[in-house]
Design a protein around this ligand. Structure first.
Ligand code: SAH
Length: 376
């Protein structure tokens, strides 16, 4: 840490919210199971009500207190309102891929908009969620980055997106009938490690077994980061062991300084060292996210450099064809350049996949629906 004197351990300097706003209502999902009891008591309820409500919320995905028959009828509605206030309200839903991809736009208590995307595949259902409204990382190719950071989401607001997705699956709202939400990726709006405490609380809400949480396996949860080294170093000690994805986008510092501006603080070498340490501690292979941008970062010499950097690491490369943002001069790589990039990495023995581009027609990627809504 000594060579990074300007970043304090609480991630304060770079990542503080710009504006102090009216706080979101407190929610059961903001607290650990032990804290939930204390909080329920503070609100004037019996402490064991917290676990009852957690069972309805996480195990039964129910917010309809009429059904909460283990709680006296006269108290149900007051307890539900106090412990599980509605934090996200659906504004619009757009679907594509015959309904197998669905994008929800949510309004928060203060009118702020965030989005989540639910995707059904043959073997799994994945939800991509937002951890912040906007983002402060300012990556020039990302729609969210262009708008700046509005505010951090609370753990309750992040968890509500996941519970809503789990409920949609359980209710059979996606074609193919009832399903179980199996995967969660922090690849919507925001930089999850810049909203560290709320994200870690959410990770517990996801992975804790019923009724404390949703009981989803940590290996099915991916936290995608721009490469906040101090956040990665903290996360590996939480004992959660979720999958880490690092948005590298180029193997050289010179270009990365402009593609991922936080690289001026955390260099490629340091980011990879932190990811290696994470892999060592958790036993999880990590992903390298790489948006292929035509003639910017898709040259074969960069593939070669990336291959050399990764060949002895336990990492997997996820190439993402650039989804051009409105007004951007950049576009996706040519098919032949993409294929050559893949071939070079494979020659180094580096596992590589090209991400499918689900949801593009519905602005399904990277803050574009929220951006479209704002510009109406
Ligand atoms: N802040 C996190 C999550 C961002 S979204 C992070 O940086 O990892 C998840 C991924 O989508 C990131 O790798 C991000 O760089 C990438 N991405 C953002 N805008 C994109 C675009 N226009 N086209 C393709 N990928 C994009």
């Amino acid at each position: 840490m000594s060579n990074r004197p300007d970043v304090n351990p609480e991630l304060k300097l770079v990542f503080d919210e710009p504006v102090q706003r009216k706080k979101a209502p407190k929610h059961l999902a903001d607290f650990s199971p032990a804290e939930r009891k204390v909080w329920a008591k503070e609100l004037g309820f019996q402490p064991f009500r917290a676990a009852q409500v957690a069972t309805h919320y996480f195990s039964h995905l129910s917010t309809n207190s009429e059904d909460w028959t283990d709680i006296p009828a006269a108290e149900r509605s007051a307890i539900a309102k106090a412990l599980t206030p509605k934090l996200i309200e659906l504004v619009t839903t757009r679907t594509t891929d015959n309904g197998m991809t669905r994008k929800d736009l949510w309004k928060l208590h203060d009118g702020v908009l965030v989005e989540s995307v639910l995707m059904r595949y043959t073997d799994r259902v994945t939800v991509c969620i937002s951890s912040q409204a906007g983002c402060g990382m300012n990556c020039p190719f990302c729609a969210t980055g262009q708008a700046g950071l509005t505010r951090n989401l609370t753990a309750g607001e992040i968890t509500e997106q996941i519970v809503a997705a789990a409920r949609a699956c359980a209710n059979g709202e996606l074609p193919g009938g009832e399903a179980r939400l199996s995967n969660i990726v922090f690849m919507g709006m925001g930089e999850p490690l810049a909203n560290y405490n709320a994200v870690v609380r959410t990770l517990h809400n996801i992975t804790d077994s019923n009724p404390d949480g949703l009981g989803i396996s940590a290996r099915s949860v991916t936290v995608s980061t721009v490469g906040l080294v101090n956040g990665i170093e903290k996360l590996m000690d939480e004992g959660i062991n979720c999958t880490l994805a690092v948005s590298l986008h180029t193997p050289d510092d010179e270009l990365r300084d402009s593609l991922v501006p936080i690289n001026s603080r955390f260099k490629v070498r340091e980011v990879l060292a932190a990811a290696d340490a994470y892999e060592k501690k958790t036993g999880r292979r990590y992903s390298i996210e790489y948006a292929l941008i035509r003639d910017i970062n898709d040259q074969s010499w960069r593939a070669d450099l990336l291959g050399r950097l990764l060949k002895s690491r336990n990492a997997h490369v996820n190439l993402i064809p650039l989804n051009p943002t409105p007004g951007s001069k950049w576009t996706a790589s040519r098919r032949e350049d993409e294929e050559e990039f893949v071939r070079i990495l494979e020659n180094y023995g580096v596992p590589v996949t090209v991400r499918d581009t689900r949801g593009r027609e519905i602005d399904g990627a990277c803050g574009q629906l929220a951006a479209a809504e704002k510009s109406k």
